[in-house]
Design a protein around this ligand. Sequence first.
Ligand code: FEO
Ligand code: CA
Ligand code: CA
Ligand code: CA
Length: 604
Amino acid sequence: ATAPAPAPTGLTFKPIPPNELDSFIVPNGYDHAVVIRWGDPILPGAPALDVHHQTGESQSKQFGYNNDFLGVLPFPGRDDRALLVSNHEYTNEELMFPGFTSQEALTVDQVRAAMAAHGMSVVELERVGRTGQWRPVRSRRLPYNKRLTMLATPFRVDGPAAGSPLLRTAADPAGTTVIGTLNNCAGGVTPWGTVLSGEENFNQYFVGGDAVPAADKPYLNRYGILTTARYPSGSRRWERAQERFDLAKHPNEANRFGWIVEVDPFEPGALPRKHTAMGRFKHEGANVIVARSGHVVAYMGDDERFEYLYKFVSSGTYRPHDRRHNLTLLSSGTLYVAQLDGDSPATEIDGSGKLPSDGAFDGTGKWIKLVSGTTSYVPGMTATEVLTFTRLAGDAVEATKMDRPEDVQPSLQTGKIYAALTNNTNRGVGTYPGVDEANPRTANRHGQILEITEDGGDHTGLTFTWSLPIVCGDPDDPSTYFAGFDKSKVSPISCPDNVAFDRTGNLWIATDGNALGSNDGLFATPIEGPSRGHLKQFLTVPPGAETCGPFLTGDDRSVFVAVQHPGEVTGATIDNPASTWPDGDFAKPAVVVTWRLDGGAIGS
Ligand code: FEO
Ligand code: CA
Ligand code: CA
Ligand code: CA
């Protein structure tokens, strides 16, 4: 999976300034185009988007809402055809349905349309001429195009917790088949050409938690499902369309979400799977690397304040030309959680973000084994319980509480692992946990990037070192850090969410929730050599949107980003929009491709 890297060419593009434009902005010398947007037909017989008459049936044939993760997987041996795989994390009903007043007031058809707008899409793309631009293939025969939805797509549950009593429901007494995938956030592409996708904030879809037995409530509460009211505020009220979202009647349904799913876009008939061996939490995503031993190692974050970093090591080993075998690798293995220790005196970490006297936020860490196959290493919990209630297992072993671990991705050039810790405004506030060297700022609004180096370069190992190459914010803010690079030359950055690498190993960072007030965007920085920390802003997205994806194609000629929830601004609705991107009428989440006009490598 590791391609020989071209020599680093540096990042020569002229950074774009922070802005609040209702537009998608790229540097001079680049162009961009919408590849596909919410509501675009992708399956035979799909109607055009009609916001006044959306139904579960129409939306099930159209591109979904709130695209997040993107993978662009070329057909073997082709550089002009690829499959785009996109997550659809959640819906903004106020931006989707004219006349919206409340979730309760939606029609059941609208609820079903919202359910169908969740999930994932697979769309066949073609290169436009010889450029870095891509577009959907227009054809009557598109055998790979697919929607995975909450209405109709069965997922097979595999791994040690499949079939356990905790996963059984009236509709699925075997506990092995779940309809749909929920709140899919980030993800990754495997070396065998499948896509991994994280089920994140699944808690918001359930009601009736007040009626479950008292002994079960802590297991719901630990995942953010409220058990004090029948209808927690902000509930999406999906039980109006499907009774399974009422925990009073179907208490195990919530246990069937919060997993890593694996989708094989090249086998449209194959059932997608939920891998219980990789644990259950608010999975941001999963990114894999093949260790020297051949074991496949997945790095994962649980995106909530004070949650944990994890890794999964497969039992089996990767075989380069045996796809059928490789498809089994994530079904069995060992799950670890991270504990990080600083190497500076605690007294030097005062929460102001001032560097400790050794000049760095850095230290050592351990991977603590939680479960391996059907053997639990957590006292008082069975293997099934560790896998299904992984957060409680992390609590039991005193894993390190991080500032919202989002995307965690190994660089295939160096083997170092980068985690976006997006923010944590509760850090050190009131009775919340205080600062530590890896999470060194109180009321952390802007987040940081964590770099992990496995000892001996062994991804299956139990120990590592770590540092924070970037502590985000306005470079004029003394608590920021850009690997020691001249701060007068770097772009302001806030709330890193997704990371990616180009072929030469530069780190690309997409943001969500820019607390500096301007639009979110995509940034790039060299992460090795003298320009480490020379961060520059590459593009910005419209107001209210977060920047997701990002995905750089293997030839470095195209960068895809997902513009998620444009116009998601307090008080804005489809009738009173804060953004009309991309078409000038009302905001639509969309996938955008950016390329260099001269055909050169992106960024260089
Ligand atoms: Fe869905 Fe963690 O962002
Ligand atoms: Ca230190
Ligand atoms: Ca995210
Ligand atoms: Ca996010």
